[in-house]
Design a protein around this ligand. Sequence first.
Ligand code: A2P
Length: 277
Amino acid sequence: VVPPIVLNDGSLIPQLGFGVFQVPPDQVFDTVTAALRAGYRSIDTAAAYENEEGTGRALRHFGLPRDEIFVTTKLWNSDQGYESTLRACETSLDRLGLEYLDLYLIHWPVPAADKFVDTFRAFQRLKADGRVRSIGVSNFRVTDLERVVAETGETPSVNQIELHPRLVQRELREYHAEHAIATEAWSPLGQGTLLGDPVITRIAGEVDRSPAQVIIRWHLQLGNIVIPKSVTPERIEQNFDVFGFELSAEQMSAVSGLDSGTRTGADPATFAVGLDT
Ligand code: A2P
């Protein structure tokens, strides 16, 4: 069973979840169903992925009690602002077919700080109204987090960031630890690019596990919430089977030693530039 992480508002999130980034809308029903069958109870989507509807259908069709699943979605940049955020949340809830979200995240700290502060104020309102249980952010830098805390008086529960062995995010993880913000890793496998790395395959041989399992285990032992994506049922199952072994301290630091600051996705520092939505 997946250990929970306690968020700063007292809610529990499974440490291992399933991400549907880049899962095409026409595949998401089968993919989420495969994940639920494999045992995942936390699903991470976003309005921008355009697959909330299929995700929601799979959740309802599978038929677990609502309190046994943890559903995260994200507010897209063009919906930032107080009133538009309230509307966007209702739209996401409708598409998912849910009465409430377990976690709602601001997808990016753009287009501007005053906007994401207003957005987070709307998140506080949604939480007070019971539409959302926990509120957090994604792709926020330290300065963005400081701004939200200073202006709203509330610390986000989660910051979901690109994080994998080539982008270890030491500064942000330390800041999160000091401020009781949970670190959630997106593209935890570096979108698959790390699976052939010689250090990873060497350790995979040592522990008799796959490269993906080694990397997911590294995340778990670092304390990250981790949401690997796959559309392949066998990999979906494999990525969930990561609680029967451990990496040694030497293996952990060898994986962390791959850090080269390399991103597979957008950089929050430059993403705002040229953004016109
Ligand atoms: P696919 O979806 O075709 O199965 P990330 O979560 O870092 O974004 O990585 C997702 C990528 O890694 C996808 O291309 C996915 O392929 C691939 N992937 C996920 N799990 C595994 C695995 N256990 N073995 C090999 N590739 C995997």
